[in-house]
Design a protein around this ligand. Structure first.
Ligand SMILES: [Zn+2]
Length: 83
C-alpha cells in the first residue's frame, strides 16, 4: 500500500533534524538497502525503548523488517505481508 505517503505532521512534538542513513544488506539476496531514520529514533531503538513500528512509524513495513531481520521484502514469505 501507499504507506510511504504517510508523513508525520510537523505540528506537535519537535524532533531534531538529525538523520542517519542506515545501511542494511539482505542476508538472502545481498541487496543493499538504505534507510533514513531520525538519529534519536535509532538510539531509542538500540536501547529497545519500544516496538519498531512505534519508533519508526514513518518507515515502510518492509524497511522496518529489514532493520529487524536483515531480510528484504522480496526474500520474505509473502504471507507475512497480509496484514
Ligand atoms: Zn533479499
Amino acid at each position: 500500500m501507499a504507506e510511504s505517503q504517510k508523513r508525520q505532521g510537523t505540528s506537535g512534538k519537535q524532533k531534531s533534524n538529525v538523520f542517519i542513513l542506515l545501511r542494511s544488506t539482505c542476508k538472502s539476496c545481498f541487496i543493499r538497502r538504505f534507510v533514513l531514520v531520525h538519529k534519536e529514533d535509532w538510539e531509542r531503538y538500540q536501547r529497545k525503548e519500544g516496538l519498531v513500528q512505534d519508533i519508526f512509524p514513518y518507515l515502510l513495513a518492509s524497511e522496518r523488517d529489514m532493520l529487524i531481520t536483515q531480510i528484504c521484502e522480496k526474500c520474505l514469505p509473502e504471507s507475512e505481508y497480509d496484514t
